[in-house]
Design a protein around this ligand. Structure first.
Ligand code: NAP
Length: 244
């Protein structure tokens, strides 16, 4: 049976590459977007033009009603969701003393509440079917913390705690829940970083480079596949060895 995957935040970067990889591996793919409808629709057209099965579907993952509507749309097109990739995320680089309450709330609304919303809705059919794979995208900074990124680091550390607790709860229903915690990846999220700082990071990285979206998509695919069926509640951090 053809499996269906929902990749949140798939209009750009890591999510976009992940959606493309799953489609090429034969999954039905729901490409979630929030503000970038044109980019998501263009990806849908590109992949469907290659004979693959994808559907661009809008929803702000922080809003429960939009998430429920998104799942209904996916179920009408492809049936139940077997694999959920919670990738949608935002960051905020500021001194801790300058972060506003609204900025703090927004980070947690997207990075954590979005995951809560999508998991709760997806789990209804996963528990009933006794099958499901959930891959949550955290960050290396959720392990190490980073100066001027307290809200982001805290939200990404929360993703790890969320993953471990949920893995314990739904493991008896044969559902795997894991986290990918990427290192520095070349996406628009990092475009504002001074190239000299990127060069320094490359020098500090044992593998001598920053990562690509493909590197993360492959790790997500592995954790969503039956090759990793004995792995749950774990953190896989593709980071070139920068953090061990
Ligand atoms: P990106 O290129 O900025 O893409 C972010 C994606 O998230 C976009 O598709 C965006 O959709 C979506 N998104 C944002 N808010 C959303 C919302 N409320 N509802 C639904 N979708 C939303 O960033 P990226 O680097 O690929 O990041 C993807 C994930 O990897 C994030 O969780 C990020 O924290 C994590 N990560 C990235 C790095 C890195 O170095 N790049 C490292 C570690 C972890 P729209 O454009 O349609 O709004």
């Amino acid at each position: 049976m053809k499996k269906t995957v929902l990749v949140t935040g798939a209009s750009h970067g890591i999510g976009r590459e992940t959606a493309s990889l799953f489609a090429k591996k034969g999954y039905n793919v729901a490409i979630n977007y929030n503000s970038s409808k044109d980019a998501a629709k263009a990806l849908e057209a590109e992949l469907n033009g290659q004979g693959l099965n994808t559907l661009a579907v809008g929803a702000n993952v922080a809003k429960r009603d939009e998430v429920e509507e998104m799942f209904q749309t996916i179920e009408k097109a492809f049936g139940e969701v077997h694999v959920l990739v919670n990738n949608a995320g935002i960051e905020c680089q500021k001194l801790f003393t300058d972060i506003s309450e609204a900025e703090w709330d927004k980070i947690f609304d997207v990075n954590i509440k979005g995951m809560f919303n999508c998991c709760q809705v997806a789990l209804k059919s996963m528990i009933r079917n006794h099958y499901g794979k959930i891959v949550n995208v955290s960050s290396m900074l959720g392990i190490t913390g980073s100066s001027c990124e307290v809200a982001y680091s805290a939200s990404k550390a929360a993703v790890i705690g969320f993953t471990k607790a949920l893995a314990k709860e739904v493991g008896p229903s044969s559902i795997n829940v894991n986290t990918v915690a990427p290192g520095v990846i070349d996406t628009r999220m990092n475009r504002h970083i001074d190239p000299k700082i990127i060069d320094r990071l490359k020098q500090q990285t044992p593998l001598g480079t920053v990562g690509t979206c493909e590197d993360i998509a492959e790790a997500i695919l592995f954790l969503a596949s039956d090759c990793s069926k004995f792995i749950t509640g774990q953190v896989l951090s593709p980071n070139g060895g920068l953090v061990m």
